[in-house]
Design a protein around this ligand. Structure first.
Ligand code: SF4
Length: 510
């Protein structure tokens, strides 16, 4: 961890709404618990610690340089600050013996006491993964878990110990995904065709899970690589890509592997935690210092937190263009914030965040179709600079634009027009009736001059979906005007009416 991390957090706090990091070392928290204060002041309420081994012995095997005493000290400090959630991440290596399991059980009992005493409301999750022996680490030489059944018993014991003591138990991935990841991590070019064929047959990895015939993939990978990949390996084993520049020396990795096999952990190059272990990662071989937390690093986030309690919130429309159509909501916010700051760099210190307005008819109404969404923009100050700028023109990027939003657009009435291939007389009316009845809305129908008027029953308007719908159908085209309520979702009506072609429909606020 950077020795000046608390100053970095305090600085970032002044330009971002929240400052968070995914996971952190328990030993550093035990040595410097004040870091938690800076984090809490930055809005952090959930903590994740990588504990890895289930016992001191297993942590020595994984060179985690963390004993139970330090771990409990860190956890006590976290619970004392009443977080919303704590997640501990462990690894199952397949080498755990009865003593290790007993130690884990004792640890869980101690943790339960701490939690009950200091933070009974904190949701605590124990997440377990199977150890993937990664290349360019000492564990590349170790034998890998080949048969997940061999760790069934350990898994069962750990689950029982967690759950009977009020902690949630989770496995981070399913066993087939583990076997594939492990194989791909240590396999070489011989796996290329197998993976390529898997993809050609529709298999894919969505960033978290593998979709496709996983068992067939495992067996093809195994036949392509042979058994050598699973057993323990010596210094002469040729690993894929081991000639890549900048990777640790094989002799170093093998020495560390031998230490791991003897459950020996000599610590790492942090003052108070060990010595230089000779990884060749730096030239001066100087030990790092434990991060300092200056009083100013606590005072500044305190002041900023006060200011953030009363942000200025203004609305604008964000139009997502074709290129950004499949972005996640988080990515849309990130690109929107970036576009704003590129156009108005003077707002870097004042802009906090933006988010799509979820419960307003405007977003639901026109958002998905035109790619036009209503957004809230949050500022510490300076929101008027943003709104003034939008009056002079939109903020344009290749994937989105930000523009003023008019009163009319935040209304509740919309016109939908689309082609309608089935020209038979009542086809569209039937579809619309199905939608209304399917959503529990009774209605009256009136017809005049080629226009059909649906008036939703007064008692059913309380559902806040639709008040009325008026449509016309002619020459392969329909036009539908709707008056909506706040629970209305344009997507559901469009999908129901137009099926797979729902995205072709045009929606406008009226
Ligand atoms: S070489 Fe540098 S980075 Fe590697 S262990 Fe020694 S001090 Fe640490």
């Amino acid at each position: 961890m950077h020795t000046g991390i608390s100053r970095i957090i305090a600085d970032l706090n002044e330009i971002a709404k929240f400052v968070n990091f995914k996971s952190q070392r328990a030993d550093i928290i035990a040595m410097r618990p004040e870091l938690l204060d800076v984090e809490i002041l930055s809005g952090k309420r959930t903590f994740t610690l990588g504990v890895e081994g289930i016992s001191d012995r297993m942590r020595r095997y994984l060179h985690k340089s963390l004993n139970e005493q330090e771990l409990l000290k860190a956890l006590e400090q976290i619970y004392a600050r009443k977080p919303r959630q704590l997640k501990l991440f462990f690894m199952i290596t397949g080498l755990e013996n009865d003593k290790d399991r007993k130690e884990f059980k004792d640890f869980i009992m101690k943790l339960k006491r701490l939690k009950n005493e200091l933070s009974p409301g904190c949701r605590t999750i124990m997440s377990f993964g199977l150890l993937v022996n990664l290349p360019f680490t000492p564990m590349q030489f170790a034998s890998t878990i080949k048969d997940p059944d061999s760790i069934k018993q350990i898994k069962g014991d750990l689950k029982r110990d967690c759950e009977t003591n009020g902690f949630e138990f989770r496995m981070a991935q399913d066993t087939e995904e583990f076997l594939i990841s492990q194989h791909v991590a240590l396999g070489g070019f011989e796996c290329f065709n197998v993976l390529s064929d898997f993809a050609k047959n529709g298999g894919y990895f969505d960033g978290e899970h593998i979709i496709g015939d996983k068992n067939a993939l495992i067996s093809s990978l195994r036949s392509a690589s042979g058994e050598g990949l699973y057993g323990s390996k010596d210094e002469n084993y040729v690993f894929p890509f081991e000639t890549l520049k900048g990777t640790p020396a094989i002799s170093f990795l093998y020495r560390m592997y031998n230490e791991a096999k003897s459950f020996l952990d000599t610590g790492y190059c942090l003052e108070g935690k060990g010595v230089c272990i000779g990884c060749d990662g730096c030239d001066d071989r100087k030990l790092s210092k434990v991060p300092e937390v200056a009083q100013d690093d606590i005072n500044r986030p305190k002041k900023t937190a006060e200011r953030k309690k009363k942000p200025q919130v203004v609305k604008a429309a964000v139009t997502i263009k074709e290129a950004g159509r499949f972005l996640t909501p988080e990515a849309k916010c990130a690109f929107t914030g970036r576009a704003l700051l590129e156009y108005l760099p003077s707002l870097v210190k004042d802009y906090l965040a933006c988010r799509q307005v979820q419960n307003m008819p405007a977003s639901k109404g026109y958002g998905f179709l035109f790619g036009r969404f209503l957004y809230d923009f949050e500022f510490l100050s300076g929101s008027e600079v943003f709104l003034e700028y939008l009056k002079t023109g939109a903020i344009e990027t290749p994937i989105l634009s930000i523009s003023c939003v008019s009163e009319k657009e935040t209304g509740t009435n919309f016109r939908i027009t689309s082609s309608w291939k089935d020209v038979s007389r009542y086809s569209f009316q039937n579809r619309l009736q199905e939608f209304l009845l399917g959503n529990g809305m009774g209605f009256d129908i009136a017809k005049s001059g080629g226009v059909t008027h649906f008036e939703v029953a007064v008692k059913d308007r309380k559902k806040k979906l639709l008040n009325s719908a008026i449509f016309q159908q002619d020459n392969g085209c329909v036009s539908l005007e709707i008056e909506t309520g706040s629970n209305f979702s344009i997507i559901s009506i469009l999908k129901h009416l137009f099926g797979e072609e729902w995205m072709e429909a045009k929606v406008e606020a009226i």
